[in-house]
Design a protein around this ligand. Sequence first.
Ligand code: URA
Ligand code: SF4
Length: 260
Amino acid sequence: MTDDEREAALEAIAAEVRVCTSCRLHEGRTRAVPGEGSASTEVVFVGEGPGFHEDREGRPFVGRAGALLTTLLGSVGWRREDVFITNVVKCRPPENRDPAPDEIAACAPYLRRQLEVLDPALVVTLGRHSLGTFMPGARISQVHGTARPADPGRGPQAALVFAMYHPAAALRTPEIERQCVIDMAAVPATLAAARARRSSAGRAAPAPAGPAQPEMTMTDQTPDQAARPAAAATPPPGPDHSAPSGPVPADPAADQLTLF
Ligand code: URA
Ligand code: SF4
């Protein structure tokens, strides 16, 4: 799929989400929040569901938790626009209550389809409900900061899932904020490990359209992307520009992440 096709496919899903009435959450929403970000990214962040501000704007993570997420991304040299950000439920639960299991189930096909289209190397779960979707039965206090292979039935065909606490929990508890900073610092190396795993599984990044991806450079990107701050350890998440044997610090990272 080309980037344009991916963008069109994501927009088609978003259009369905905006008029969806598949669960009771549609009754109280102002605007549904399909998600946003780069259609060519390798990394998808999945939160819980829209809050007050997200519901008004129709965009994910635009309130205080969103500001913290943006700061956390910045701490590894990434920008929101480099990744895709969405939620397990696309409409705001009343009073910000937890989404109910039947609501999560009703909304799951949208997330699965988004992940099929994006086919990321890495899915980062934010909070318990997102964790429950990708690592059923796992306890966030035990698995945050760790990765495991994603179930292809959830959409991504060859991805790692990396668990983090929800930024809203970090806003309430300084120790959780500290853990979020530590965990986010491991995300670029986890992406490198995820890329290496895809390569060694004989899967390149999504099929290149036109020029072969290994030949792509920053100059092939939009001026906006090219201008982004240099990432520390790993290039910002985009289509995998590195050859399978690329100089990403994947091996040490993969060793440290003895999780899969
Ligand atoms: N919390 C979430 O889980 N998602 C959002 O989009 C905003 C806050
Ligand atoms: Fe549809 Fe999901 Fe909104 Fe429920 S939460 S109405 S399933 S888009």
